[in-house]
Design a protein around this ligand. Structure first.
Ligand code: IPD
Ligand code: CA
Ligand code: CA
Ligand code: CA
Length: 264
């Protein structure tokens, strides 16, 4: 890693750990909970404060860098030139509110649209997933192994039940056979953690019909570094400036899911 990225990485790790400590400090406090687009789309004062914490630090230390953040305190981006931090201050807000676990801080740092560093920090378990393009992925400093090929019959697939019941984005019958054929299914409610779990081998695949760039920016770098494959559900590259369906899987399994269930 060159000096430029070493400096960025040092600051980023420091801010992520500090943000984690700030989130933990709020566990004893009363949250201010609001809804955004619907009754299930929640935001708290903590989501907002943590995003502002990152942005204030980035603006002060790296004034040329730009920020894309879920809660809207960053820049309005129409292109990805230069260095862009793509931040989800709390991924899994519903879990944060209801469970005080199963959420993460997600930070992806991109240069000219290319994912350079990804961090996913599971605050409660103090697990920091980290990847730097070309140097591998790590969990709390321990290098993650490259992902081996697998098949659906031996896989645990993370998928929300929404996508196999009547919904606006996909016919419920498309993915139902996949749920039957998999060894097991899970749903954790944090896209970032689900991608980190694929990268670390705890899950074999993750499928969802609607994610925003801050949900997957860090996970994309992480999964790519261990040889996993990330596309939309139709096998196309993800758009970092819009919403996407997302299919994350081990090699072999990614192809099997596309060919046997999606394109059949
Ligand atoms: C959400 C979580 C969830 C996914 C949603 C996301 P948020 O992020 O990642 O697992 O299904 O689509 O919006 O709102 O908790 O940051
Ligand atoms: Ca949200
Ligand atoms: Ca999110
Ligand atoms: Ca969020």
């Amino acid at each position: 890693m060159n000096e430029k990225w070493k400096k960025i990485d040092q600051y980023a790790q420091q801010w992520i750990k500090e943000a984690g400590a700030r989130i933990k400090d709020t566990f004893q406090q009363q949250l201010m909970i609001q809804t955004k687009s619907s009754r299930t789309d929640l935001v708290t004062n903590v989501d907002r404060e943590i995003e502002q914490f990152f942005i204030a630090n980035i603006r002060h230390t790296f004034p040329q860098h730009r920020v894309l953040g879920e809660e809207g305190f960053g820049d309005r981006l129409t292109a990805l030139e230069g260095i862009v931090w793509i931040i989800d201050p709390i991924d899994g807000t519903m879990n944060f509110i209801h469970q005080q676990r199963n959420f993460a801080i997600s930070v992806g740092i991109y240069e000219d649209g290319i994912g350079m560093i990804g961090y996913i920090y599971d605050v409660v378990h103090d697990e920091l997933y980290y990847a730097h393009k070309g140097t591998g992925a790590f969990l709390n400093g321990v290098k993650l192994s490259p992902l081996a090929e697998t098949s659906i019959s031996e896989s645990i697939v993370s998928i929300n039940a929404t996508w196999v019941t009547k919904n606006k984005r996909i016919d419920a019958n498309v993915l139902a056979p996949l749920v039957k054929d998999a060894r097991g299914t899970r749903s954790y409610g944090s896209a970032a953690l689900e991608m980190a779990y694929v990268a670390s081998g705890r899950l074999d695949a993750y499928i969802t019909m609607r994610l925003s760039p801050w949900d997957f920016a860090a996970g994309l770098v992480l999964v790519n570094e261990v040889g996993g494959i990330v596309t939309n559900l139709y096998g196309e590259p993800l758009n970092l400036l819009g919403e996407n369906s997302v299919l994350v899987a081990k090699p072999g399994l990614h192809e099997e899911i596309l060919n046997k269930y999606v394109r059949k």
